[in-house]
Design a protein around this ligand. Structure first.
Ligand SMILES: [Zn+2]
Ligand SMILES: [Zn+2]
Length: 368
């Protein structure tokens, strides 16, 4: 079929929205009609050429939500009409990692996905000049996409697509990290470094878990104020004094839980130092630049601080994303508060411009 899609043709250049060909789903694959898609920093990072593992030509986009249109042979878990959230992080439930219950890094589609292909090593996307590759196994800057069944979370059909598409990446990363990766305890103290979408998600998750004090560090006043709406109780600019400010708020001990959501290695170091001696748990969520390293003073570990990291907040997509959609429907999670701009697919490059200008938290593309 012919579809409209935003193609990355050249690094550092605007995406080109055009007609491309999409082949029908093969065995284990699903055709999804997109209804909404967030514009994420990872799309921009790849489009800019900064990502060393990036490739083109490909159809970008990975924060999608939509409706199942058609299923390939052997697909059992979804059927036409089902509402789904797209997952760049699959959950097959059968591989060594999925069965371990210890990690969300499913091995099922990983290798081919990294090459821009579906699990059988081929692409469903093409145009007259040749084959196009998939991006993150999702390619959701498009009217339709074909994805592996194991990369789709079936969700409650009552939820708005433009809100739940954010659970495909950014929002879940922060929320799941607080809820299930760090397992923030009731009455605890929390420090969150960075109040972009991931940091705000961690704030929301910590609030849901009943944290008593939630400190947020971000240089943007607009974002600091926004973090209060998600549950921050104390806000700071960050910078050199951040660790001291956490200590001052916690009787000199440090926070029970810290979350790093900036990708800056110096801030990662602060997140470790600001964690409480004895049991403080520092969770790294930001993606650092290529080749960068973080420094940790060993004494911080000897005296009981722990450090962990998680991709997608440690969420197992097909298990956890439907739960988060239900929390949204119950009114426990404010996803609409993340949406700052609504765009059409043809305006996708404007979404990147808004990100460069640090205007708002998230732009969402809406499809007819
Ligand atoms: Zn993303
Ligand atoms: Zn798996």
């Amino acid at each position: 079929m012919k579809i409209r899609a935003a193609v990355l043709e050249q690094f550092g250049q605007p995406l080109v929205v055009q007609d491309v060909d999409l082949a029908p789903p093969k065995a284990g694959e699903v055709l999804v009609k997109l209804k909404a898609c967030g514009v994420c920093h990872t799309d921009l990072y790849t489009a800019s050429g900064a990502d060393p593992s990036g490739y083109c030509d490909c159809v970008l986009g990975h924060e999608g939500a939509g409706i199942v249109e058609e299923v390939g042979a052997g697909v059992r878990s979804v059927k036409p009409g089902d509402h789904v959230v797209t997952l760049f992080s699959a959950e097959c439930g059968e591989c060594l990692h999925c069965k371990s219950g210890k990690t969300n890094l499913c091995l099922a589609v990983r290798e081919q996905q990294g090459l821009g292909l579906l699990p059988d090593g081929t692409s469903r996307l093409s145009r007259a000049s040749g084959e196009l590759r998939h991006f993150m196994g999702t390619s959701t800057f498009a009217e339709y996409t074909v994805m592996p069944e194991v990369s789709l979370a079936k969700v409650n059909p009552e939820a708005d697509f433009d809100a739940i598409c954010l659970l495909a990446c950014g929002a879940t990363t922060g929320i799941a990290a607080a809820l299930w990766k760090a397992e923030v305890e009731q009455g605890s103290t929390v420090a969150v470094f960075g109040a972009g979408m991931v940091g705000l998600g961690a704030v929301a998750g910590a609030k849901l878990r009943g944290a008593e004090k939630i400190m947020v560090f971000d240089p943007s006043e607009q974002r600091r104020e926004m973090s209060r709406q998600f549950g921050a109780t104390h806000v700071f600019c960050g910078g050199e004094n951040a660790v001291q400010e956490v200590l001052d708020e916690t009787d000199g001990f440090g926070a029970d839980y810290t979350f790093e959501a900036t990708g800056l290695v110096d801030v990662m170091g602060q997140a470790v130092e600001a964690a409480r001696m004895g049991w403080g748990l520092a969770t790294m969520l930001g993606v650092a630049g290529k080749g960068e390293q973080m420094k940790i003073t060993p004494r911080f570990l000897i005296t009981g601080r722990r450090v962990q990291g998680a991709s997608f907040g440690g969420a197992r997509g097909r298990t956890h994303v439907p739960q988060l959609v239900d929390m949204y429907l119950k009114g426990d999670l404010d996803l609409d508060g993340f949406i700052s701009h609504r765009l059409t697919l043809d305006e996708v490059n404007k979404g990147f411009d808004l990100m460069h200008q640090q205007d708002g938290i998230r732009s969402v593309i809406q499809f007819d």
